[in-house]
Ligand binder design. Structure first.
Ligand code: ATP
Ligand code: MG
Length: 413
């Protein structure tokens, strides 16, 4: 069984609205064993939507359309499906009553234009909309099943889950197998090194299959397993991820998308430890990331955004001789920043960052992307030097995420 998702809406083509329905449906369909081979986006134009349906019918067994079920003139999905399937639109009295009821409870008279929302291609199965007025429907035509869902994401998702899925399961279309993905995220090694290390497994793995995706902060290895049940597929994917993770014992950034700040939160809470931050080139990004985590108040005591040299000496307490002798972007300065910070905030741990984010300000000895970090943990401090590639934004993101990741490495275990 393979499906095609069509999202209708001119605003999607113009880039005004980001299409979230198509990825949502892709994810849900693949999880229940339905392959999605194509996704199409069409504007609010009946002829083009009919043509998209014809094309989809030539290569897919199930078509799911979202959008264009409303009462306005640009809502053309029901007309397009009716023309494609050669089925007249007929009124469903029960649906009309429900739509009227929706307005009645709000004390408003239903506008005449809403009547259209109770019209469906003859013989359609109607899908209830619990979060809005427009019902969806399922019909058949030219040998394919067509399901039309509303465009509003929370209406569409609710209807997919509670109205369409049960029908797909009953028809034996969904639930004939499950696809489950699990991931391990790696940091501090290059993509080519990751590839080399997992090469053997990679080449042998068909089910689960392996994919490698690189981003500035991390490299994600994804294992995707297909099996009769979700449980079995999950077990297969988990088993492979455990093996892959074991190949990078010192570089695990997260498992299944866990962010380092989540791991840090878990560890600091368990160990009853506290942390503070002293940031120059990231100017609060680490603080922001750490406090994303609910409950961070228990272990995060605060931080200093010491962007200028004066703030490093006057507020944080870095010795001015250190800055004069080695510069603000130096291991010595990072070390002092971390230690002073821990002292000021009376924390068990402190992390500091100082670097050159660019694009200006670099030199031969201290190029753009040079970042020093200090890690103070229970009376001991160590310093790390990084040379991050990329734009200002990417350098700062990498500095921030690596600082958290490196702190996690020092306190876990
Ligand atoms: P309505 O009854 O509100 O008119 P509808 O089923 O006709 O619903 P649309 O008119 O196409 O749906 O879209 C309604 C809203 O949902 C719009 O704000 C639109 O931007 C948003 N929307 C539509 N399709 C998508 C999509 N694929 N992803 C994200 N948002 C979407
Ligand atoms: Mg609409």
């Amino acid at each position: 069984m393979n499906a095609e998702v069509i999202t209708a809406g001119t605003e999607l083509l113009l880039g005004d609205v980001i299409d979230t329905n198509a990825p949502y449906l892709s994810g849900k369909l693949s999880q229940c064993g339905i392959d999605v081979y194509y996704r199409t986006t069409v504007g609010d134009n009946k002829e083009r939507l009919v043509r998209a349906l014809e094309t989809a019918a030539g290569r897919s067994n199930l078509i799911i359309i979202t959008g264009g079920l409303g009462p306005t003139v640009d809502d053309i999905t029901r007309y397009a499906v009716s023309e494609f399937a050669k089925k007249n639109l007929v009124r469903n009295e029960k649906s009309l009553l429900k739509i009227r009821g929706f307005f009645d409870v709000r004390g408003i008279k239903m506008p005449e234009s809403n009547i259209i929302q109770s019209m469906f291609p003859e013989g359609s199965l109607i899908l209830e909309n619990r979060n809005g007025t427009a019902p969806g429907f399922i019909t058949e035509g030219k040998g394919v099943i067509i399901a039309a869902l509303p465009g509003v994401p929370w209406e569409m998702e609710e209807m997919f889950q509670n109205a369409l899925m049960p029908v797909l399961e009953k028809k034996g279309i969904a639930g004939r197998g499950a696809l489950v993905s699990r991931t391990v995220e790696i940091a501090g090694v290059s993509e080519s090194l990751v590839n080399d290390r997992i090469k053997d497994l990679f080449e042998k793995s068909i089910n689960p299959s392996i994919a490698v995706l690189a981003a500035p902060e991390k490299i994600t290895i994804r294992a995707t397993a297909k099996a009769e049940t979700v449980k079995k597929a999950a077990d297969m994917a988990d088993e492979l991820i455990t093996r892959l993770a074991a190949m990078f014992p010192d570089n695990i950034y997260g498992i299944n998308g866990e962010k380092p700040q989540q791991a840090l939160g878990r560890i600091f809470t368990n160990k009853n430890m506290t942390i503070s931050t002293a940031e120059s080139c990231t100017a609060g990004m680490i603080a922001a990331a750490l406090t994303e985590i609910p409950g961070s108040t228990a272990y995060y005591m605060g931080g200093i955004n010491s962007y200028s040299n004066e703030s490093k000496t006057d507020i944080l307490g870095v010795k001015s001789e250190v800055i004069e002798k080695y510069g603000a972007v130096s291991g010595q300065c990072a070390e002092e920043m971390a230690e002073s910070c821990a002292r000021l905030f009376k924390t068990d741990a402190a992390v500091s960052v100082t670097g050159i984010a660019g694009p200006g300000g670099g030199s031969r000895e201290k190029p753009v992307g040079l970042v020093f970090m200090g890690f103070y943990v229970n009376g001991k401090t160590d310093v790390m030097k990084f040379n991050f590639p990329g734009s200002r934004d990417i350098i700062r993101r990498q500095a921030s995420s690596n600082a958290i990741f490196e702190m996690v490495k020092r306190v876990r275990g």
